[in-house]
Design a protein around this ligand. Structure first.
Ligand code: S3P
Length: 426
C-alpha cells in the first residue's frame, strides 16, 4: 500500500462494527434459546473465524449480508463435538472466549490459529479453566496453542486475575455459565465490559459482589437483537489522523463510546485535541455517539494506570499522535502490549523510527519526544498486525512524502476497506 501525505481529513463517515461486540454476538447468540438477529456485524477476518468455529460446533449462522447475521441458538447445552480442529486465525478473542465455552462442554475439541496466535499466552485462561475442572492440554503444558480441551463437570470458582484482561474475564464468566454455583472474577483494573453488558441483554443476571463480577451456573440465555456499534478502536485511526492534521474536520457516525473503551478520547482531549460527542444514544446496553474531530496543535501527555486497559488497542496510533505533540509523551503500565498480535512496544517503536520519530522503548511502554517532522520514503513492515499497519498509515499521512506499507492485507482482520476510506476523506 502506498500512502500519500494528506494536508487534512474532512467529511462525514462511519467505521465498521465493533470487533469485541461482533464476536460476542455470535457466541452468546449460539448459546441462547431462539434466533439472534445481528446488524452492524464486522465482516473482518477475526469475527469470521468466530462464525466458522461456531458452525463447526453445530450452530447455524445465516449471513444475510456482509454485516447482517441470524444466529440460530442451540441453547446452553446444545453445542456439538466438532469433527475437525477449530481454527481461530489471528483472533485472540475467539481463542480465549471459546476456550471458556468449550471448558463447559462434555466433549473434546482442539483449537489452533496462525503463527501469531500460536505465540500468544494461553496459560492465563487455561489456568483458571483447569481450576474449574476442565482438561486442557497443549504445548508448554497448555500455555501455547494448539490446545486441546475436554470440558464438562465444572465447579464455580472465585478468580483473581493477575492482569486486567477482558478476554480472561470473559473466558471465566462464560465457563461459569456451565459450572455448578456462582463464578466470580476480579481484576486489578477494569477491562472492557462488553461481555457483562451483552450477557445482561440476553437475560443473564450479572452482578458485582465485593469487587467480583459474578454469574450463576445454568443461567439460560434468551435470544435478542444486537445492533453492533462502530468500533472506536477502528475510529481511533481516523480520529488521530484528523487530530494531527490542522484544518481537518471529520465526523464519524455511530461509534460505540462505552466508557471502558474511550480512554483514547480522554487522552487526546488532554493533549488539546478538539473532540465533540454528538447525538449520544444507547442501543443493546451500549452507548453510541457521533464523534467530531477538528485538527490542531497537540501537547505531550503522561498515560498509565487504569487508563491503559481503556485504550490498550489504541496505543500504537496514540504513539503516532505523540510524535506530533509538543514535549515528551510517556506511556507506562502497558506491558500487555508485548503479547498482542505483535510485540507492540517493539513494533511501534521500530516502525515509527523509520519516519525519523524520536521513540524510546520502555519495559512497559514508550517515551516519545515531539514534535518531529515525519519523513517520507519509509518502507513499513506490519508484522501481520492490523493495528501496526493502520497506525503507520496514519503516520504516513503526516509525512513529507509517500510511505510504502508491506503486507497491507493485515488490515482485513478488523477494518476491511480502511485504505479506500482514508483516500475518500482527503
Ligand atoms: C478484547 C480484549 C482486549 C483487546 C482485544 C479484544 C476483547 O484484550 O486487546 O483486541 O474482545 O475482549 P484483553 O484481553 O487484554 O483485555
Amino acid at each position: 500500500m502506498r500512502i500519500e501525505p494528506a494536508a487534512s481529513l474532512r467529511g462525514v463517515t462511519a467505521v465498521p462494527g465493533d470487533k469485541s461486540i461482533s464476536h460476542r454476538s455470535v457466541m452468546l447468540g449460539a448459546l441462547a434459546n431462539g434466533v439472534t438477529h445481528v446488524t452492524g456485524f464486522l465482516p473482518g477476518a477475526d469475527c469470521l473465524s468466530t462464525v466458522a468455529c461456531f458452525r463447526q460446533l453445530g450452530v447455524s449462522v445465516e449471513q444475510l449480508s456482509a454485516t447482517e447475521l441470524k444466529v440460530h441458538g442451540v441453547g446452553l447445552r446444545g453445542l456439538q463435538e466438532p469433527s475437525d480442529v477449530l481454527d481461530v486465525g489471528n483472533s485472540g478473542t475467539t481463542m480465549r472466549l471459546l476456550l471458556g465455552i468449550l471448558a463447559g462442554q462434555p466433549f473434546h475439541a482442539t483449537l489452533t490459529g496462525d503463527v501469531s496466535i500460536r505465540r500468544r499466552p494461553m496459560g492465563r485462561v487455561s489456568v483458571p479453566l483447569r481450576q474449574m475442572g476442565a482438561h486442557i492440554d497443549g504445548r508448554e503444558e497448555g500455555r501455547l496453542a494448539p490446545l486441546s480441551v475436554r470440558g464438562g463437570g465444572l465447579r464455580a470458582i472465585r478468580f483473581d486475575s493477575p492482569v486486567a484482561s477482558a478476554q480472561i474475564k470473559s473466558a471465566v464468566l462464560l465457563a461459569g455459565l456451565f459450572a455448578d454455583g456462582e463464578t466470580g472474577v476480579r481484576e486489578p483494573e477494569a477491562s472492557r465490559d462488553h461481555s457483562e453488558r451483552m450477557l445482561r441483554a440476553f437475560g443473564v443476571d450479572v452482578a458485582e459482589k465485593d469487587g467480583y463480577i459474578t454469574v450463576q451456573g445454568g443461567s439460560q440465555l434468551i435470544a435478542t437483537d444486537i445492533e453492533v456499534p462502530g468500533d472506536i478502536s477502528s475510529a481511533a485511526f481516523l480520529i488521530v489522523a484528523a487530530a494531527i492534521r490542522p484544518g481537518s474536520d471529520l465526523t464519524i457516525r455511530g461509534v460505540g463510546v462505552n466508557p471502558s473503551r474511550t480512554g483514547i478520547l480522554d487522552v487526546l482531549r488532554e493533549m488539546g485535541a478538539r473532540i465533540d460527542l454528538q447525538n449520544e444514544r444507547e442501543s443493546g446496553g451500549e452507548p453510541i455517539a457521533d464523534i467530531r474531530i477538528q485538527g490542531g496543535e497537540l501537547r505531550a501527555v503522561t498515560v498509565g494506570g487504569a487508563t491503559i486497559p481503556r485504550l490498550i488497542d489504541e496505543i500504537p496510533v496514540l504513539a503516532v499522535a505523540a510524535t506530533q505533540a509538543v514535549g515528551v509523551t510517556v506511556i507506562r503500565d502497558a506491558k500487555e502490549l508485548k503479547v498482542k498480535e505483535s510485540d507492540r512496544i517493539a513494533t511501534t517503536a521500530a516502525e515509527l523510527r523509520k519516519f525519523g520519530a524520536s521513540v524510546e522503548e520502555l519495559e512497559d511502554g514508550l517515551h516519545i519526544t515531539g514534535p518531529t517532522p515525519l519523513s517520507g520514503g519509509a518502507e513499513i513492515a506490519t508484522y501481520h498486525d492490523h493495528r501496526i499497519a493502520m497506525a503507520m498509515a496514519v503516520a504516513g499521512l503526516a509525512a513529507d512524502g509517500p510511505t510504502v506499507i508491506r503486507d497491507w492485507e493485515a488490515v482485513d482482520v478488523s477494518f476491511p476497506g480502511f485504505g479506500q476510506l482514508l483516500q475518500n476523506l482527503r
